[in-house]
Design a protein around this ligand. Sequence first.
Ligand code: GFB
Length: 314
Amino acid sequence: MNAGDRVFVAGHRGLVGSAIVRRLEAEGLRDVLVRTRDELDLTDRGAVLDFFLAERPAHVFLAAARVGGILANDTYPADFIRENLAIELSVIDAAHRAGLEKLLFLGSSCIYPRLAPQPIPETALLTGPLEPTNEAYAIAKIAGIELCRAYNRQHGTRFITAMPTNLYGPGDNFDLERAHVLPALLRRFHEARAGGDPVVTVWGTGTPRREFLHVDDLADACVFLMRNHEGSDIVNVGTGTDVTIAGLAALIRDVVGYEGEVRFDPSRPDGTPRKLLDVGRLRAMGWSARIGLREGVESTYRWFLEHASAAARS
Ligand code: GFB
């Protein structure tokens, strides 16, 4: 992937896609191709194939997906499996038909069994039952991995796959019901401080453990993998450390400067008890995450204050 190569980032308005575009532009790539949903419906196989044949990108980052937090996954499983399968099928098949050089598909750490060994090695894929709250999404992502592997095996394509852990950062979704935990809590603590509310409620028991990777680190890893990884082996992307949800809530409370009480609501789902990725494979290739959790939460909170807090109130 050189400065003059044409690169298509599918999903450039999302958390991951926008970070990949920032990263590519910072590197001086001059021909980064993007399309909004109105310009190109990625679930439309014919339209995607026409687009690939006309534009002929050399590299594709497949960061487009329907994503959401535990409640959104649990409430709209049909939307999560349908849209993700449709996007994967049209983009991966069109990439093969248009004969592009290389594609990177982004999976998720929820592809691993609910009770996988911790930290989770890549070899844990398809060794046990999935977490029920996001099974539909996970099966769509597993299908995406298998599509890449099958095309590689049958057609000799260079479709690689990365499995990021829980992500956060600028451009995230801060919707209180549909978002992931980190942006949801940033907003909830911010609004409680602004409104003088004495209590903030955190879903679940606070005991589940999660690993949080800043999306700029993920974008860096994606570009690294595009340049340095070949073949059908999936690659975990994480920090190698995790934190309890109670610990995350305490950190966010501190960053936001909220002085009230934190209460847990065990009637809300906890989801999988722990999901820490084994990042040994990626480290052995020479890549490690750089952005610490406190630093990442602080910069994401600044981004929220500048961009999203006004929109969140309206
Ligand atoms: O981030 P989250 O929705 O995703 O929830 P998952 C993580 C944990 O935070 C759960 C707790 O134990 C939640 O109960 N939590 C506490 C909250 N307060 C909140 C809150 O206000 N909002 C949210 N959302 N959670 C998702 C999957 O699982 O992870 C997706 O559903 C995807 O498929 C994504 O894989 C990375 O880590 O539980």
